[in-house]
Design a protein. Structure first.
Length: 201
């Protein structure tokens, strides 16, 4: 058994431990977090830190396995600098109840925060995106406008006149491409079902 080279730096909230184990296999790395003990094993390499200088939050602590080193983040239960990884200093938390949240005072317990943007993005990216040709409603109003602009651009003069006249005279409630019908007279306002048209001004 060999002890891998390691070093650390810390803030008041956490201690970051770098274990230099080049080419470590993430599936073979075994790390165990306990309130006053940390254990790392990988092949014939072992690192045991006990007792830790202060108490850690075993559930909140985590690690990442990189190509050159394994980076471990030990989240401190009480704010403050340790100055060393291990030590027999009396644990100020051993006889006191553990606080819910040390970084910010909150009333009651904090509810886990959901990343709605991330969830929405993952749902949208998992669905196959449609083009405006398949569904004119894709992308909201701007794409819908693009769809109508495409029809307008490809249309003949009579169709363009019908579209402009029907849209403006109906207050935006009707869009017709039939000049024979629209050219006969004023286009009536057709509000959506269940709503009432009122003239403003």
């Amino acid at each position: 058994m060999t002890t891998p080279r390691h070093e650390f730096y810390e803030t008041d909230e956490k201690l970051t431990l770098s274990i230099f184990d080049k080419g470590a296999d993430p599936t073979a790395v075994n790390i165990n977090f306990e309130p006053r003990k940390f254990t790392y094993t990988h092949g014939d390499k072992t690192l045991v830190l006990e007792p830790l200088k202060g108490q850690i939050d075993a559930d909140a602590s985590d690690f990442t396995v990189g190509k050159v080193k394994v980076e471990v983040r030990l989240i401190k239960r009480a704010q403050g600098r340790w100055g060393a990884l291990t030590g027999d200093a009396p644990d100020p938390l051993s006889s006191t109840p553990l606080p819910q949240q040390t970084s910010a005072p909150t009333s009651g317990t904090r509810k886990p925060h959901k990343n709605w943007d991330g969830i929405t993005t993952s749902i949208l990216s998992s669905e196959k995106e449609k083009t405006t040709d398949q569904d004119p409603n894709v992308g909201g109003d701007s794409t819908l406008n693009g769809f109508f602009q495409k029809i307008f651009a490809d249309a003949d003069e009579d169709t363009k006149r019908a579209m402009m006249k029907s849209y403006s005279e109906s207050g935006g409630t009707t869009l017709s491409t039939n000049w024979d019908e629209v050219g006969k007279g004023k286009v009536e306002v057709k509000p959506p079902q269940g709503s009432e048209w009122k003239q403003w001004g």
